[in-house]
Design a protein around this ligand. Structure first.
Ligand SMILES: Nc1ncnc2c1ncn2[C@@H]1O[C@H](COP(=O)(O)OP(=O)(O)OP(=O)(O)O)[C@@H](O)[C@H]1O
Ligand SMILES: O=C(O)C1=C[C@@H](O)[C@@H](O)[C@H](O)C1
Ligand SMILES: [Mg+2]
Length: 190
């Protein structure tokens, strides 16, 4: 099984909520999991728009995510990110891809409770192959393998905590991952 209901998902009283409010799908996971790529495919399949909080932040700040990190530091970026996620969850009814570190904020994790959140999981080798030495990912700019491993040790429990389902992306094309996401969410839809 490559996709499984997440036993760690907090139960809402009365079970999962129908998605009349809030995004249809929220994608979380580490850099290289494919949130932006798979998010675009899911949006196409569902006939809805894709919103990506990294894009929202860059547009609002009129500079790239990497430049925000360099000019103002990670903490400032996390503030902008928390606000961007809050706005997107409130306003967006399509597919929502979050930045890799959005789950670090406790307030953001709380906001995601009860939403159809999918953790796109990936092993180190595939993630590093996908993101390489990409300068657009400031946290992976130096020693990406070690950085990614350390990030994931810290974040895996957080991704798991917020996720309704976990979908493995290793050895799958983005199209196959999109299929797996839809299959995994189907039984959880009210
Ligand atoms: N299942 C997959 N198989 C092979 N390559 C993939 C897969 N998913 C994504 N990729 C490739 O990996 C790279 C990273 O994907 P993407 O930007 O979607 O990741 P992300 O999760 O949004 O990362 P970030 O957290 O940095 O925004 C892209 O070049 C994309 O084409
Ligand atoms: O994993 C992370 O902390 C990040 C992932 C990207 O989506 C961007 O939000 C930024 O590069 C930070
Ligand atoms: Mg992305």
């Amino acid at each position: 099984m490559s996709a499984a209901p997440n036993p760690g998902t907090p139960e809402r009283p009365g079970g999962p909520e129908p998605s009349a409010e809030g995004p249809l799908v929220v994608l979380v996971g580490p850099p290289g999991a494919g949130k932006s790529t798979v998010g675009a495919l899911l949006a196409e399949r569902l006939g809805v728009a894709l919103r990506d909080t990294d894009t929202d932040i860059a547009e609002r700040a009129a500079r790239s995510v990497a430049d925000i990190f360099v000019e103002h530091g990670e903490e400032h970026f996390r503030e902008l990110e928390a606000a961007a996620v809050e706005d997107a969850v409130r306003e967006h009814r399509g597919v929502l891809a979050l930045g890799g570190g959005a789950v670090l904020r406790e307030s953001t994790r709380r906001l995601l409770t009860g939403l159809p959140v999918v953790f796109l999981d990936v092993v180190l080798a595939d993630a590093v192959r996908r993101v390489g030495l990409d300068a657009a990912r400031p946290l992976l700019a130096v020693n990406p393998r070690q950085q990614w491993r350390t990030l994931m040790e810290h974040r895996r429990p957080l991704y798991t905590e917020v996720a309704r389902v976990v979908v493995t992306t290793d050895g799958r094309t983005p199209e196959q991952v999109a299929d797996a996401v839809l299959d995994a969410l189907e039984p959880t839809r009210a």
